[in-house]
Write a protein that binds this ligand. Structure first.
Ligand SMILES: [Zn+2]
Ligand SMILES: [Zn+2]
Length: 255
């Protein structure tokens, strides 16, 4: 199993447009964060989580030539606005399976109405095969790649986290319900939302993220969806052993 963090930034990306803070002007490439997304690779299968607003750039940077599926966490702009850019993959490999929960599909069909109710011919539309996922309803993307959708709460919105064998990806959440915690035990790698140091109404912040790490006790925890409040090197000392700030391009593997 390998996770590649394609983006680790909050919804604006880091640097934030017009900002001249210490992080936004940093020379450290780890302080440059595209919008969150992760590539999951296992036994020849390749799965993308979220078509972020930076998907085109991420696909080019990591030379993504094909995908077996796209899993969506939720339909906020930073996670979904790259959906149109799956078209070059469609041209070469045909329609792509996209997995999301019911609330996300409701919004995807509204926001990307032109895909599902085309009003003109031509122009190359994304080819999407829609699948609906439900909390705890495991499915297989390949014989060796089982996926468990796990519901977490993002303010008031039910968002999907995903577990792949002993790896899990949980972004954009303020709460993990008890029934979901039970599906996240015994993890090797946990990638977890951690927006900043100060509290936030719809995201985890440092204190809350660390509480969930102590509760779930993964071998390794890596934080993502990071705002410009966090400067990678400066703020590494805020984290206990086994916990890290993620950065774009980081590879997490059990090999
Ligand atoms: Zn987000
Ligand atoms: Zn969100």
């Amino acid at each position: 199993m390998k996770f590649t963090l394609l983006g680790t930034g909050t919804s604006t990306g880091v640097p934030s447009i017009g900002c001249e803070c210490e992080t936004c002007t940093s020379d450290d490439p780890r302080d440059n964060r595209l919008r969150v997304s992760v590539l999951v690779e296992h036994d020849g299968s390749r799965v993308l989580i979220d078509t972020s607003a930076d998907f085109r750039q991420q696909a080019l940077r990591h030379r993504i030539k094909s995908l077996d599926a796209v899993l969506i966490t939720h339909c906020h702009a930073d996670h979904i606005f790259g959906l149109d850019d799956i078209r070059p993959l469609n041209f070469r490999h045909g329609a792509l399976g996209v997995y999301a929960n019911e609330p996300a599909w409701h919004d995807i069909r509204r926001i990307f109405k032109y895909i599902f109710e085309p009003s003109h011919y031509g122009g190359g539309l994304p080819q999407v095969v829609a699948h609906t996922v439900e909390h705890g309803a495991e499915f297989s993307l390949a014989p060796a790649l089982r996926v468990t959708p796990v519901e977490v709460i993002h303010g008031r919105l039910p968002v999907m986290a995903y577990r792949f064998n002993d790896f899990a990806y949980l972004t954009d959440l303020s709460e993990i319900p008890a029934r979901s915690l039970e599906l996240l035990r015994g993890l090797d790698v946990l990638v977890l939302d951690c927006l900043r140091l100060r509290p936030h109404p719809t995201h985890l912040w440092l204190e809350r993220s660390l509480e969930y790490v102590s509760e779930l006790r993964p071998r390794r925890a890596v934080f993502t969806h990071i705002a410009h409040d966090i400067k990678h090197a400066r703020d590494a000392s805020l984290l206990p052993p086994g916990v890290e700030w993620g950065y774009d391009g980081q590879e997490l593997s059990d090999e």
